[in-house]
Structures are given as C-alpha cells and as structure tokens.
Design a protein around this ligand. Structure first.
Ligand SMILES: Cc1cc2nc3c(=O)[nH]c(=O)nc-3n(C[C@H](O)[C@H](O)[C@H](O)COP(=O)(O)OP(=O)(O)OC[C@H]3O[C@@H](n4cnc5c(N)ncnc54)[C@H](O)[C@@H]3O)c2cc1C
Length: 592
C-alpha cells in the first residue's frame, strides 16, 4: 500500500476543487484526488451561466443579487454568507475572465449577461440580465479554464482514484484513503488538511439532470464519521428536464424568452407568478408544472408540458409585453447551441421549429456538509469548527441557497467559497502540524471493500438502486406528505438491509472494477436518501423546495431554522436545529 504525504488534499476535481487547489497551491503542497478525470466533472455540463451583478447591460448591484438570493431561498439562507457570495461574485468572474475564460461579449466588448429565474433589479422590480455566460457551455469553459491554470501551476493530480474514507486521528482529520481504479490498490494520503469537494447526489432520484457518478460520496463519508449534514430535506427539482430522460434544458432558454405552455397552449406561469412568470423561482415553477399535469393539462394528458423557444411564439409574447427586443433563429443558434443539439439528438426535434417536452428533474442539493464562509466544516449548532476539515461546492452547505437555489448561483458558490476555502486551508497548513496516522489506517476499509467485492447474494446493485430511486421520486419529490415520507424511510431502511446482506457482485477482481465501485456508490446514495427522508419528515412546514401537502404553509415561528442530522455512536440518526443568520432582509411572503 502506498502512502503519500501532502500539506492538504482536495477530494474532487470539479469547479470547487480546482478553484480551491489553485488558491491553496500558492502557499501549500496540494494534491487533487478525483474519481473522474477532472474535466469530466459535473461542473463541465453546467449550461446557463454564472451570476454576478456586473451591470454590463442594465444597472445592477450586488445588494439586489443578495436580496434575490435570500428571497429565492425562502429566507432560509444565512444572510451574512449570501452577502459574501454576491459581493465577491463580481471579482471572481473577473478573475475567471483574466484566466482566459471565453465569455460571450456585448457589442462594446464587456461580458454579456442574460436573464435568469429569480434575478431582478431594485429588490424584485423586474428581471435583470445577470448571468454571465459562454453560450450554453459556461461550466465547460469554467472547468477547462481552471484545469489549464492548475496544470500551469504544477498541481499534483491523482485521477481515477476513488476516495472511500476520511482518516481521523485524535479527533482530527489526518488524510483520506482511496482506491486506485486501474489496479484496485489502496492508497493512503496523509495530510494536515482535507477539503471535500465531491459534488451532488442527484442519483438518489429516478429522473435527474445529474451525471451517472453524482453519488454524494463526500457527504456520506462525513456522515459515517459521525459529523452532521445540514438541511438535507431541501433538494431542488429543476422545472425543465427533457421528458423521461431528465437531461437538463437550461433556464437560459427562458432567459432568452422561452415560455412554458400547457396542453391548451396557455402560458400557465401567468397564473402562478404574474410578476415574473416563466422566470420565477425553480421550486415555484416545478410545482406549477405538477399541478398543471395533475389537473389534466399536461400535453396530450401525459406528464409533461412544453417549453417553447420558437421565434414566432417568443416574439408574440415579447410584443405583447411591449418589449422592443425580437429573436430569430440565428440568435437561438448562437446562444443555445448545445440545447439545440440535445433536442435533435435525444428527441429528434429542432427547438427552433417545435416546442420541447419537459418535466421537472432532480437537480441540485441545497443541503450538505455544513461550513462557514471560509469553507471550514462546522460540527454543531453553535458553529464550532473541526480544524483541518473543509468542504466546498455542491456537497457543502454554507448556507447560501437555503430552501431553494437560484439559477447561476451554484457556479458562483464554487468559485467564491472554493477560493476562500483554498486560501484558508493554505493558511491553516502553514501553522498546523501533521497528525500521526492511526495504526493500520486502511484496515477497516479494506475489510469493508473486500466484503462488498465478494458479496454473493441475489440482488444486483441496479435493482436496489432503481427501488431507491422510485421510492424517493414517489414520496420525497416535488410534493410530500407524512405517510409517504414514512413509507420512504421504511423502504430505504429495508433496502439498506438488503444492501448489507443480499447484494450480488459479479466482478470479484481488482482492475477497473466498476461493478464494485457502483455498489460502493449505492451505499452512499442509500445513506443520503435516508437522511433526506428523515429530515423531510421532521420538518412540518412548506418552504422552498420542501412542499408538504399536509403542511402547505411556511411557518417561520417554528421552522425558521436549519436542520442538522448526524448518526450517533449507536447508529441512530439524530436531529438538531440551528438558527438562521438574518442581517438585512426580514422574512416576507414570497411573491413573484
Ligand atoms: C446539467 C447541469 C447544468 C447546470 N447548470 C448550471 C448553471 O448554468 N449555473 C449554475 O450556477 N449551476 C449549474 N448547475 C449546477 C452546478 O453545475 C453544480 O452544482 C456544480 O458544478 C458542482 O460543482 P462541484 O465542484 O461541487 O462538483 P462536481 O463538478 O460535480 O465535481 C465533483 C468532483 O468530485 C469527484 N469525486 C466525487 N466523489 C469522489 C470520490 N469518492 N473520490 C474521488 N473523487 C470524487 C469527481 O470526480 C469530481 O471531480 C448545473 C448542474 C447540472 C447537473
């Protein structure tokens, strides 16, 4: 077994991990460990844009961005962290620009911006163009730019190394254990500090926009170590995934003027959000689509609606709204080239000519590993930190997204808190010493992995995964109620039993054993499904993405607080709560 030593290791080579690596590497010896080649991380498929109040096309201010973010979060976000996010977004976008990111440009050469859901000027007055973008491939450009900078700065990469555990010694993080996928060998990474930047876990649900590997390994690793996860009940369903497949159709389509239509050809968001209609918060629109379908107005009575970006339809609504802007085919081709390709490839339709069939798709984890604004992991309701442990990106919960994230705010989150975390971690490494590794640090994990490798039961990983996904989609999806959520908790626990006792692994080998790794990932997904359902069942109100049919109203008196959930030494899940930080924006009813 090989032992490596670095000042700090970063688990994850997506936008958050690479940003942190770049900033930390200026002062400390860093390794990035990633189960995928970094440029294949989910960040690379982010489409629509990164939000920053540059004001290049219309007046904008970071305070308006902060207000929108807090309102979008249904007042659950910590407002001190939101202020950091929105203020520093501007400088971070310029930093990416100076690294060479090829943003789209306005006619006078500044970074082009477009409208996105929930982003407004003057505290909710009207939609404002705030999303900086490179066509509909913004994430791809961000990831490539960051990766090139990392290579230039000689950062060490361990690609296709799957981290399976966080090593703790004397109560402190001392590194991680990883499987080298090519050989099946275990490697120990001994470090003063560890950052977890492993991304989301959309694969808990059946229809998702997330990549195959979005298994939440990092969050589940932290949970296994007895540390809490925060606000796990808040999971975002993006309103526009391709029908049945879940592949994302960016909100940028609506930002460019696209509208949602039901079977009668009605623009139904005029009903649900008369103010900003198709650009309301994602939770609001996903619920509206469900209700339209429930009331029989899905297309042809089926469970989808249309997203229409054909120039005739868009121009009709632009004219009716008194706007001077018009779009044409060329505009769509230049601003949404990938979306057009996806529709042609997966649906055989051209969105310039025909509307796109869409349904809500599991998209983004608002909850995750609790951190402060320096990406330091906090471990209790008093915000005490665990020195040496950091988390950033989608797996972390700062919390800037609260109960519902605004589009374009995840990419901001990655770079703002990735940078802050990288800098804080490097500073920590200067002052901290290595903690000694425990004796036989990989023993327990090797035994667990071997047990899994030789599982010889009757149920295959894919069957268990499908049952988990179906259960979570049915009972812990866009709408929820107590009975269903209880059923989900019970079923997930049953599936966990099967996972322990009845799993069948066909490949017992060591070299690129994807059968084994998928099974390992399912273990993480089941852990996260369970804490999601338990946290959701406990929260007796509706807020943001958590919409309960049995408690349809938001209840600030009892529930304006963050959930913390952890596993006790006896293996039971325990809930705790911590206050929300409010600075300027008092909770109000959320009207769009
Ligand atoms: C289709 C799509 C479009 C989106 N569009 C936008 C958008 O326009 N704007 C916006 O703001 N947000 C968007 N988002 C959200 C945003 O892209 C993600 O939240 C964000 O990219 C996550 O970045 P990350 O760095 O946290 O993780 P990721 O980019 O997912 O990277 C995770 C990394 O962790 C590594 N990893 C995971 N587990 C392990 C393990 N066990 N061992 C080793 N390595 C591991 C992976 O290899 C990978 O490198 C979109 C998301 C999707 C799915």
């Amino acid at each position: 077994m090989q032992i490596h030593q670095f000042d700090a290791v970063i688990v994850g080579g997506g936008g958050a991990g690479l940003t942190a690596a770049l900033h930390a590497s200026r002062q400390a010896g860093i390794a990035v460990i990633s189960k995928l080649y970094p440029t294949r991380s989910h960040t690379g498929v982010a489409q629509g844009g990164i939000g920053a109040a540059l004001g290049n096309q219309e007046e904008d201010r970071w305070e308006w961005h902060a207000f929108d973010t807090v309102k979008g979060s249904d007042y659950l976000a910590d407002q001190d962290a939101v202020e950091v996010l929105c203020r520093e977004a501007i400088d971070n976008v310029f930093e990416l620009e100076h690294m060479g990111l090829p943003f789209d440009r306005t006619e006078n050469g500044t970074i082009a911006q477009r409208r996105f859901g929930g982003h407004t000027s003057n505290f909710g007055e009207k939609p404002v163009p705030r999303a900086c973008h490179a066509a509909d491939r913004t994430g791809h450009m961000i990831l490539q730019t960051l990766y090139q900078q990392c290579i230039k700065n000689n950062i060490r990469f361990f690609d296709e190394f799957h981290v399976i555990d966080l090593i703790m010694s004397a109560g402190k993080p001392a590194g991680v254990i990883a499987v080298e996928l090519a050989s099946g060998d275990l490697h120990i990474f001994h470090a003063k500090a560890v950052m977890i930047a492993t991304g989301g876990w959309g694969k808990v649900w059946q229809i998702t926009s997330n990549g195959y590997t979005a298994a939440g390994d990092g969050a589940s690793m932290v949970l296994r170590r007895g540390l809490p996860l925060e606000d796990m009940e808040f999971y975002q369903f993006h309103p526009t995934g391709i029908y049945r497949m879940g592949i994302l159709i960016t909100e940028g389509v609506r930002g460019e003027g696209g509208v949602l239509l039901n079977d009668k050809g009605e623009r139904f968001m005029e009903e649900y959000a008369p103010g900003i209609k198709d650009l309301a918060g994602r939770d609001v629109i996903s619920r509206a689509i469900y209700l339209e379908i429930q009331q029989g107005r899905g297309i042809g009575g089926k469970d989808y609606v249309h997203l229409d970006i054909t120039p005739d339809t868009v121009n009709k609504y632009l004219a009716a709204a008194g706007a001077s802007r018009r779009i044409d085919r060329r505009h769509i081709e230049s601003k949404l080239p990938d979306i057009r390709d996806f529709c042609r490839t997966y649906l055989g339709i051209d969105p310039v000519i025909e509307p796109i069939p869409v349904q809500p798709t599991a998209h983004y984890a608002m909850g995750g590993i609790p951190t402060n604004a320096n990406a330091e992991v906090v471990i209790d309701a008093k915000n005490n930190i665990l020195p040496g442990l950091y988390a950033a990106g989608e797996c972390a919960c700062v919390s800037v997204h609260g109960a519902n994230r605004l589009g374009t705010n995840s990419l901001v989150d990655l770079v703002v808190f990735g940078r802050r975390g990288g800098q804080a971690m490097a500073q920590y490494c200067k002052e901290a010493d290595f903690v000694a590794l425990p004796e036989n640090p990989a023993e327990e994990m090797r035994a667990r992995l071997d047990k899994l490798r030789h599982s010889n039961g009757t149920i295959r990983t894919v069957e268990l995964r499908k049952r988990m996904q179906q259960t979570m989609s049915d009972f812990v999806g866009v709408f929820r109620e107590a009975k269903g959520m209880q059923q989900a908790v019970d079923t997930i626990r049953e599936l966990k039993e099967h996972y322990q006792n009845d799993l069948k692994i066909e490949d017992h080998g060591y070299i690129f054993n994807s059968d084994l790794i998928e099974a390992w990932e399912l273990g993480s997904l089941l852990d996260l499904a369970e804490v999601t359902a338990v946290s959701a069942l406990a929260r007796k109100e509706s807020r943001g993405s958590h919409a309960r049919e049995d408690f349809p109203k938001r209840n600030d008196e009892d529930w304006l607080k963050h959930t913390l959930i952890h596993r006790t030494t006896l293996g039971k899940l325990k809930l705790d709560y911590k206050p929300v930080v409010i600075t300027h924006y008092q909770p109000k009813e959320r009207i769009y």
